[in-house]
Design a protein around this ligand. Structure first.
Ligand code: CTP
Length: 426
């Protein structure tokens, strides 16, 4: 079927002594348990590409959980089970995590009654995978250590830089593989072969059944790569981007400019927010496509952000506007919405609006602590809605440069409190 090849030498070149030793011991454990164990998938691909990869996936012919437990005993590690996936994760004392899956779940270790042929099912495991380059395994048992199983000529495709699905329905069964294909194309400089690309261009209807979370997490992988822009552009070119995210489009230069802005700005936001704002850039083609991004938001905070951006975008902008007046209008708006909308205006060549909004954003960022509730209490004001009102008035006066220091803010606030109390007494 395929040429027998042994990858032991390459493994010695590419892996640390510790990793080799670990893999050998996994193989010995498999011998003892009378089963077969393989290193499988992405790690094998990257081994041949000589790319560093720390994610070792092990497939055993037998029950993964039992194997992982025995391995944990041997390596003094622990095991975490993911029952729904039928996988187990071995956590080594140094913190390394190794996924262990069984290439056949119904199979039990040491089934004296079963003929050996039943056990040769790493092939079945490989047959379920996405691309030929990811459908290779390397055996770990002592007698066969390093033996390459490459039933789909994955090595050949690696040499030719080709991404090829194993069968016609691969993208229909799992449409996220289209996203993976584009990701590998860009990351590795590969191309899908003609058939594979045509399967992608057919926009399988199963895309619509994907959950938002699933799509989100695939795009999150995009954003961790070096050139996500290229990937989105490729999806656009394949005419599938808006199948995955209705309303999204990759239309340079606006998106490119925004992407660069987001990626080069140290916005001090967590990864989730960073992903969100980069994905939002794909909806900036028009006001109406931006509104469609709402369909795709998974939580209330995400929807609030989008709604704020839309309403900022719709604001009627007055020339020579005073920043205090802007603060009246936008004090409740999150910084991220201000930032994003100003950058959107800028990317869309609306430089005046971009400037005003960005300046407001910057001023707001640099506003010192002027007064707080404690100060107001000390002035004799009992807690109530006036607190918020007076604090807002102080901030507004700061934006209008009527005051700059905390001392000035305090005396301004005291004046406000006195005026309010006088009004109460009158
Ligand atoms: N796989 C698949 N179909 C998917 C996802 C994964 O067939 N939709 C298979 C592939 O064989 C892949 C393996 O599962 O090699 C492991 O997947 P994963 O860890 O997601 O990716 P890697 O291929 O290791 O890619 P990366 O380098 O981005 O981690």
């Amino acid at each position: 079927l395929y040429e027998e090849e042994n990858a032991t030498q390459l493994m010695h070149e590419q892996f640390s002594k510790e990793t080799i030793h670990f893999l050998q011991q996994v193989g010995e454990l498999a011998d003892e348990l009378d089963t077969n164990a393989y290193m499988i998938g992405g790690i094998v691909r990257d081994l041949f590409l000589r790319r560093p990869n720390e994610d070792i996936d092990i497939a055993v012919e037998g029950k993964a959980d039992i194997f992982a437990e025995k391995a944990a005993e041997r390596f003094k590690g622990t095991v975490q089970f993911h029952e729904s996936f039928g996988t187990a994760q071995l956590v080594l004392p140094n913190g390394d995590k190794i996924d262990v899956t069984s290439s056949r779940t119904e199979y039990y270790l040491k089934p004296a009654a079963l003929p050996t042929v039943e056990r040769s099912n790493v092939q079945e495991d490989l047959a379920r995978r996405d691309f030929t380059i990811n459908a290779m395994a390397i055996q770990l048992n002592s007698g066969d250590f390093g033996r390459l199983i490459d039933a789909y000529n994955g090595k050949n495709d690696l040499t030719n830089k080709v991404l090829r699905t194993l069968h016609n329905l691969s993208f229909v069964e799992d449409p996220t593989r289209i996203l993976r294909a584009v990701r590998f194309e860009t990351r590795l400089g590969y191309k899908m072969d003609k058939d594979t690309e045509n399967f992608a261009r057919q926009r399988p209807t199963s895309i619509q059944s994907l959950s938002k979370d699933r799509v989100w997490s695939e795009f999150q992988h995009f954003l961790q790569e070096v050139a996500p822009g290229e990937m989105f552009a490729r999806l656009e070119e394949l005419d599938v981007l808006d199948a995955f995210m209705p309303g999204a489009s990759f239309k340079p230069p606006v998106v490119t400019a925004l992407f660069q802005r987001v990626r080069s700005n140290n916005l001090n936001v967590d990864e989730k927010m960073n992903t969100l704002i980069q994905l939002l850039a794909l909806f900036t083609e028009s006001r109406s496509s931006f509104e469609k991004s709402l369909l795709w938001m998974r939580s209330n905070p995400e929807r609030t952000l989008v709604q704020q951006i839309i309403s900022l975008y719709d604001t009627t902008w007055i020339k020579d506007v005073a920043y205090g007046a802007l603060h009246d209008a936008f004090s409740h708006v999150q910084n991220m919405s201000l930032w994003f909308t100003s950058r959107w205006f800028e990317a869309a060549d609306e430089s005046e609006k971009a400037y005003v909004l960005y300046t407001y954003f910057e001023k707001k960022q640099s506003m010192p602590e002027l007064i707080n509730g404690d100060d107001l209490r000390k002035f004799g004001l009992s807690p109530g809605p006036q607190y918020k009102e007076i604090i807002h008035k102080v901030e507004k006066a700061w934006f209008d440069a009527l005051l700059t220091t905390r001392d000035e803010a305090l005396s301004f606030a005291q004046g406000q409190v006195e005026a309010y109390m006088k009004q109460l007494n009158d």
